[in-house]
Write a protein that binds this ligand. Structure first.
Ligand code: RUG
Length: 824
C-alpha cells in the first residue's frame, strides 16, 4: 500500500508560492488575517510554511526507506539539545532568501519572529548538543537514520540569578505551542513496569514470562531532520508518556475519580522533566523509568513498524545499529534479549549472538562518578525480568573472563557487570561494553584513557572492540547560520563547498598572509562583537564595551572544568591593579564572559556561580578600572545565546584538568569561528592544538600523566598557596570578603577551603602556568595583525571538527551503513 501512494507534489520555490502558503497558514492554521495577526501567529504560520516545504521530502525519504530496507542507524539518546529550529530549517530547505523577500514584501519583520522562538532545551550540555549535531550530519550525509529520545515537557531549567545566586525556574518551552512537532497518539505503544516473572510455557532456553503490574503509553512526536539541501529529511522521534486507556477506564469505572487523576499524573510524570545533572547522574527511580520508557518504545517501534512483518530477525545486524549515547539507553540490551527470548521464542544463545551485533556504545566520560550504576534492588523492583537477564549475561561473561584469565579472581570482580560494593548494583558501562560490538571514546586522548584506565580490563580482553571517534559540530548551525559575516567572506574566497565539506577551509590558509583578507576578517569580528554587545544589553541588561577582547568560558559549571581557576585569574588581575603592582594602562581591556548552569543539587558549583557574580559586580562597579575589565555572566546560557557569542569571541577558555574532559565541543565551535584557545592538554584540545599549531594556541598546565603522577605522590594545594605570592594574594583577597560586602563565610569560605585544602582538580597546581599563558595572550593580542593571522589559521585548520567527519568515521569504523542518495 505504501508503495502505491502517489508522491505529494513538491511546493514551488518561488516568492509568490511561499507568500501564498504563508498567508494560507495564517488564515486557516491560525484563524487570523495578516492585519490582526500577533507576532506569535506569524511565527507559527511561518514555521508551518517552512515545514510544508520539507514535508514532501520527508514523506519521500520515509517511502524510500521502507522500500529499500537499507541499513539504518538508530541514535538512542536521552538528550537532544536541538536549539532553535526555524532558521536551520529555512537554510536546509534553501528558503532563506525566498522567505526574507516574501516577508519583507508583506511588511513582516523576520528578526522579530525569530526572537520569539523558544528553543527546545532537551539536553544538559555537550552530550545532548552532540546528538543534535549528529542527526544533522546523518541527514546531510544521506544516511538512513532515526533519532530516538524523550519529549520532556520541561527541558533544562531556566536559570535566573537572585542576588547573584542561581535560582532555577521551569522551562515551559511548549507554552506557545511547538510548530516543529507532529504528534501521533494513534501510534502509541505500551511500556510495562514492575511485577514479577513466572516460568514460561514455550520451553526455549532462557525464557521466562514477565507479569508486569503497571503500564504507560508512549506517544511518538515526530520531528523532521533535514539534510542540507540534499532532498533527505530524516526523523527524530521523541516519546511522551500518557496513561493508558485501560488504566483510566478501570479506575474511572470503579468511580474513583481522584485516583484516576493521580494515576494519570503518575504515568505522565515519566516524560515530565529532564534530569538536570550533567556528568553526575543521580540514581533516581524516575530516571531509570525514563530510560526504559524510551528505549522500550523505540525498539518496539523499529521492530514492529519499520521492519516488514515477515522480516527474519536473524538478519537484524544487516538492518540496524543501535548507537547507545552514553549509558542512558543501555537497558535496551536486556530489552532486546527479552523480546527475542521471551516474546519470539528464540533460544538464549541465538538471541545473544544477534544482540551482540546490533549495539555499539559511546562513552562520554572519564569521571568515575559519571558512570551509571543501578542498585539491584531498584532495578529488580522496576524491571524484574531485565535483572534476571542481566544476571545471566553476567554469568556467561564471567565464565569467559575466567577462561581467558584463569585464576585471576580479582580481575573477575573488577570486570563483573554486577558490583558488590558499596551495594549490589548493575554497572551499565560494563553491560554496554560486554554487549556492544564496538566501544568508542569521543576524542583521541579520551579513547586512549578509556582503553588504558577506565575500561582497561575490557580493552585487554577485546582490543579490537575499542576505537575512537572524535566529536564534531555542525558547520551549518555554528558557522553558516551563527556567523553570516564570516560565512560570506569564506564563500567569497573559496566557494560554498565548505558548508558540506569543511576540510575545504584549508583553502583559506594562504589568505592568513593577506593583509586585506585579515582586515576584512577583523572587521567581521568587530561587527560580531557589537552585535553580541547589543544582544547582551537587550537580553540581560548587561553593558559591555563593543571593542574589548571577548574572553569566553561557557560550559556547565563543574569543578573539573575549573571555572574557579578562571576566577583566580580575574581576581589576581584585580588584585594586581588595585595594589599598584600592575599599571592600569598595561592591562588589555577584556570582557570575561561566563555562561554556566549548575546542577540544582551541586552546592559547590552553585557557590562558584555566586562568587563569580560577586567578583563581577565589584569589578564592574569599580570606576578606578576605567572599564578595562568587565565580567559578564548572562543567566541561562543556551544554544540561542551561543550562536551570538561564539562568533564574537577572541579567546576560548578550555582549562579543565588534563584527563578529565572527555572531548569538549565548545572548543571546536570557538576555533572554527576564529577564537584562539587558551587550554590544557585535555580532550579535543589536544587535536585542536596539533592542527592549528603550537604558535596559534596557548597551552598551559600539567599533562595527564603529570597530573596522575602528582596525585599519586600526594598533592598538597596548601604548598602552592604558600609558595606563590601572587596566588596567595588572589586567594586572600577572595577570602577577605571584599567582593561579598564583608561576608567571609558562606560561599567565600567554602571555596577558599576547598581550593586550599583539597583542590580535587588541582587548580592551584596549574595557576602559575595559567597566568603565564594569559600574559602570552595579552602580548599576542597587542599585535593585531599577528593575532588575526592566527585567528584565520584557526579557522582554516579546524575543518576536521565538522560533525560530518565524525559521522563518516562512525560509518567507517562502527556502523558499516552506507549513504543512500535521495532524489533532489
Ligand atoms: O563532558 C563531556 C564532554 O567532554 C563531551 O564533549 C560531550 C560530548 O561527547 O559529553 C560530555 N558529557 C559527558 N556529558 N555528559 C557526560 C556524562 O557521561
Amino acid at each position: 500500500m505504501i508503495e502505491n501512494t502517489p508522491p505529494v507534489a513538491a511546493r514551488e520555490h518561488t516568492v509568490e508560492s511561499f507568500t501564498r502558503e504563508f498567508l494560507r497558514e495564517l488564515n486557516f492554521g491560525q484563524g487570523v488575517d495578516l492585519d490582526r495577526a500577533s507576532a506569535n501567529d506569524k511565527y507559527l504560520a511561518l514555521s508551518r510554511t517552512v515545514r510544508h516545504y520539507l514535508t514532501t521530502r520527508w514523506l519521500e525519504t520515509l517511502r524510500n526507506q521502507y522500500r529499500d530496507q537499507a541499513k539504518t542507524v538508530a541514535y538512542l539518546s536521552a538528550e537532544f539539545l536541538l536549539g532553535p529550529q526555524l532558521e536551520n530549517a529555512m537554510l536546509a530547505a534553501d528558503l532563506d532568501e525566498i522567505a526574507n523577500e516574501s516577508l519583507r514584501a508583506l511588511g513582516v519583520d523576520l528578526d522579530e519572529l525569530r526572537a520569539l522562538e523558544i528553543e527546545p532545551g532537551l539536553g544538559n550540555g555537550g552530550l545532548g548538543r552532540l546528538a543534535a549535531c549528529f542527526i544533522d550530519s546523518l541527514a546531510t550525509l544521506n544516511v538512513p537514520s532515526v533519532g530516538y529520545g524523550i519529549r520532556y515537557e520541561y527541558g533544562i531549567f531556566r536559570q535566573t540569578f537572585e542576588d547573584g545566586a542561581q535560582v532555577e525556574k521551569p522551562d515551559t518551552w511548549l507554552r506557545l505551542g511547538s510548530p516543529w512537532e507532529l504528534p501521533h497518539p494513534e501510534h502509541a505503544v505500551e511500556v510495562s513496569f514492575g511485577g514479577h516473572t513466572v516460568e514460561a510455557e514455550g520451553g526455549n532456553d532462557g525464557a521466562r514470562t514477565w507479569v508486569p503490574d503497571w503500564r504507560v503509553a508512549a506517544v511518538p512526536y515526530n520531528y523532521m531532520v533535514p539534510g542540507y539541501r540534499n532532498g533527505r529529511v530524516n526523523t527524530l522521534r521523541l516519546w511522551s508518556a500518557r496513561a493508558t486507556h485501560e488504566f483510566d477506564l478501570q479506575i474511572f469505572n470503579a468511580g474513583d475519580y481522584a485516583e484516576a487523576v493521580r494515576a494519570r499524573t503518575f504515568a505522565e510524570n515519566i516524560s515530565k522533566v529532564l534530569y538536570p545533572e550533567d556528568s553526575t547522574p543521580q540514581g533516581k527511580e524516575l530516571r531509570l523509568q525514563q530510560q526504559y520508557f524510551f528505549v522500550a518504545a523505540s525498539l518496539r517501534d523499529f521492530l514492529e513498524t519499520v521492519l516488514p512483518a515477515d522480516f527474519d530477525l536473524h538478519r537484524l545486524p544487516d538492518r540496524i545499529t543501535w548507537q547507545l549515547n552514553d549509558t542512558h539507553p543501555v537497558i535496551a540490551v536486556p530489552e532486546l534479549m527479552r523480546i527475542l527470548v521471551d516474546e519470539r521464542g528464540w533460544d538464549w544463545a541465538d538471541a545473544w549472538a544477534v544482540t551482540q551485533k546490533v549495539f555499539a556504545y559511546t562513552c562520554h566520560t572519564l569521571l568515575p562518578e559519571a558512570l551509571e550504576v543501578w542498585s539491584v534492588d531498584l532495578l529488580g523492583r522496576l524491571l524484574p525480568r531485565h535483572l534476571e537477564i542481566i544476571y545471566r549475561i553476567n554469568e556467561e561473561f564471567i565464565e569467559e573472563v575466567r577462561a581467558a584469565f584463569p585464576g585471576d579472581e580479582l580481575r573477575v570482580r573488577r570486570m563483573s557487570i554486577i558490583a558488590e560494593q558499596p551495594e549490589r548494583a548493575v554497572r551499565m558501562a560494563h553491560l554496554a561494553t560486554v554487549a556492544g560490538f564496538k566501544v568508542n571514546g569521543v576524542a583521541e586522548l579520551h579513547s586512549q584513557l578509556l582503553a588504558d584506565k577506565v575500561l582497561h580490563d575490557f580493552a585487554q580482553m577485546w582490543p579490537g572492540k575499542f576505537t575512537n571517534v572524535t566529536n564534531g559540530v555542525t558547520p551549518r548551525r555554528f558557522v553558516r547560520l551563527a556567523n553570516p559575516g564570516l560565512s560570506g567572506l569564506i564563500t567569497e574566497a573559496i566557494g560554498d563547498g565548505w558548508i558540506t565539506d569543511l576540510e575545504q577551509l584549508r583553502g583559506l590558509e594562504p589568505l592568513a598572509d593577506d593583509a586585506e583578507f585579515r582586515r576584512r576578517f577583523r572587521e567581521i569580528k568587530a561587527a560580531n562583537k557589537r552585535h553580541f554587545a547589543d544582544v547582551l544589553l537587550a537580553r540581560d541588561g548587561i553593558e559591555i564595551a563593543g571593542d574589548a577582547m571577548v574572553d569566553a568560558m561557557v560550559k556547565r559549571l563543574h569543578e573539573y572544568k575549573r571555572q574557579s581557576l578562571k576566577l583566580l585569574h580575574i581576581v589576581s588581575l584585580y588584585e594586581g591593579i588595585t595594589s599598584g603592582r600592575i599599571p592600569l594602562d598595561a592591562v588589555t581591556p577584556r570582557t570575561f564572559v561566563f555562561g554556566a548552569k549548575a546542577a540544582p543539587g551541586y552546592v559547590r558549583a552553585k557557590e562558584t556561580i555566586a562568587l563569580i557574580n560577586a567578583v563581577g559586580a565589584t569589578i564592574n562597579a569599580d570606576a578606578s578600572l576605567q572599564g578595562r575589565l568587565k565580567v559578564a555572566f548572562p543567566a541561562n546560557y543556551n544554544v540561542t545565546l551561543a550562536e551570538d557569542l561564539v562568533p564574537a569571541a577572541d579567546l576560548s577558555e578550555q582549562i579543565s584538568l588534563a584527563g578529565k574532559e572527555a572531548s569538549g565541543t565548545g572548543n571546536m565551535k570557538f576555533a572554527l569561528n576564529g577564537a584562539l584557545t587558551v587550554g590544557t592538554d585535555d580532550g579535543a584540545n589536544v587535536e585542536i592544538r596539533k592542527l592549528v599549531g603550537d604558535e596559534n594556541f596557548f597551552l598551559f598546565g600539567m599533562t595527564e600523566p603529570e597530573a596522575a603522577d602528582l596525585s599519586a605522590r600526594g598533592y598538597d594545594p596548601g604548598a602552592y598557596y604558600e609558595s606563590d605570592p601572587q596566588l596567595k594574594a588572589a586567594l586572600d583577597l577572595l577570602a577577605s570578603g571584599v567582593f561579598t560586602g564583608g561576608e567571609r563565610g558562606g560561599a567565600v569560605a567554602s571555596i577558599f577551603a576547598s581550593l586550599t585544602e583539597r583542590d580535587r582538580f588541582m587548580a592551584l597546581a596549574d595557576f602559575r602556568s595559567y597566568m603565564d599563558a594569559q600574559s602570552r595572550v595579552d602580548a599576542a593580542y597587542a599585535d593585531h595583525e599577528a593575532w588575526s593571522r592566527s585567528a584565520v589559521l584557526n579557522v582554516a585548520r579546524t575543518g576536521f571538527f565538522s560533525s560530518d567527519r565524525s559521522i563518516q568515521d562512525y560509518l567507517d569504523r562502527i556502523w558499516g551503513a552506507r549513504p543512500v542518495t535521495q532524489n533532489r
